[in-house]
Design a binder for this molecule. Sequence first.
Ligand code: NAP
Length: 465
Amino acid sequence: MTHQLFIAGQWRDAEGGATFEVENPATGETLATVADASAADGRAALDAAVAAQADWARTAPRDRGEILRRAFEIITERTDELAEQMTAEMGKPVSESKAEIAYGAEFFRWFAEESVRIAGRHSVAPNGATRLLTLKQPVGPCLMITPWNFPLAMGTRKIGPAIAAGCTMVVKPASLTPLTMLTLGEILTEAGLPDGVLNIVTTKSTGEVMEPIIRDPRLRKLTFTGSTEVGRTLIEQAAEGVLRVSMELGGNAPFLVFEDADLEKAVDGAMLAKMRNIGEACTAANRFIVHESLAEEFSRRFAERMEQAEVGPLVEAKQRDKVAELVDDAKEHGAQVLTGGEVPDGAGYFYPPTVLTGVPTEARVWREEIFGPVAPIFTFTDDDEALRMANDTEFGLVAYAFTQSYSRAIKVYEGLETGMVGINQGVVSNPAAPFGGMKASGFGREGGDEGIEEYLETKYVGLAP
Ligand code: NAP
């Protein structure tokens, strides 16, 4: 099966017919052959987005919203088929793929409703001499670069608000998982999206193809979801043109269990926060920080649940090697393994759900994003120490805290240096809420009222009476 580039409403081969292969991580076998775009193909995609921008910006907000709404319905109808494709390219269990599809589609429904609520304001200057008119206009052509861990939702969080705001775009999905995005291109076409509004470029020469687009003065916005390391490079490239940038980067989420926590709820929350997407999520709980009085009981119950968890393979060999390396490092630092901790034999990049206790903060898992089904447990003695430990990271995406005390919860969520906090819940992602981070986890927000602002410019007009 060959999958082509989607440029100006046409499916076409890459320059010279170049292709690359997409692998099924459960078997290591080739799943599909995909067009491998060159820099010239990337430029053609930007040309198409630029050419479509003016007409698209003039399209009625209701019409833009209806396209999103129809796409939401088509995605929902095609859930089973999309889930199979997603599982085949990414490895998560089909039930998890379905959950992502429902979540990803919701961004289209949410932004279909937001497209008709873009508004400005009118006011009188304080001295009465002039009238102040404020309007919102689409930013213009955007470049969207997405990761492999949520092949649909990381795209719809960007594409939804861009369509609603009247922006055109070039989308580059991760080369490990490009197939879901190509299907989304078909779905948006079926939903009535005009040619050139959405262009999809798949490539293995990622830096070579992306950098000229980022440096092209016709591009008006870069939005990236991925690692902090790549994000830093892209911010540098964007600086030259003073390009507007949103960055959804890595995480190192603390999961705090206070002495008054409901332990059953905390274990349920821990399973969600750790095991959603096999731990391959920026929001995955990375450090379990548990009050010393509960640590043993929490660890025992959590390990029992982890042993029973259903897991798919990790996305590729490199990812599994990194997870195994982090566990070995923790063991060398004296951690005990309650469950898991060994690479299994057999095909596919599987790693078992793993719980580690007695982990010192010198171990690499304290600082590094694990991105796998591994839960290291640390302990604390008082609330101030817990907060200090939670904030002891360059990252600031999300934190989870379990406590039954209202005033402790307030102190904790106010003191956490993260863009999102889950109190007594292990999942925070919600299309109606602003998703995003602080510190090295990035800037900008996706979803909620804030999500569409990322794709709008504010213009002010002074009107003399
Ligand atoms: P990654 O290696 O940074 O890749 C993300 C995307 O960037 C891919 O499409 C990749 O393309 C592209 N890319 C790589 N090098 C590039 C370059 N030099 N120029 C332009 N684009 C480049 O991240 P990943 O491994 O796919 O994803 C995992 C990371 O994403 C984790 O750190 C996770 O925390 C983060 N993440 C954050 C959020 C959030 O919302 N904060 C959500 C999900 C994931 P190729 O695939 O072709 O290399």
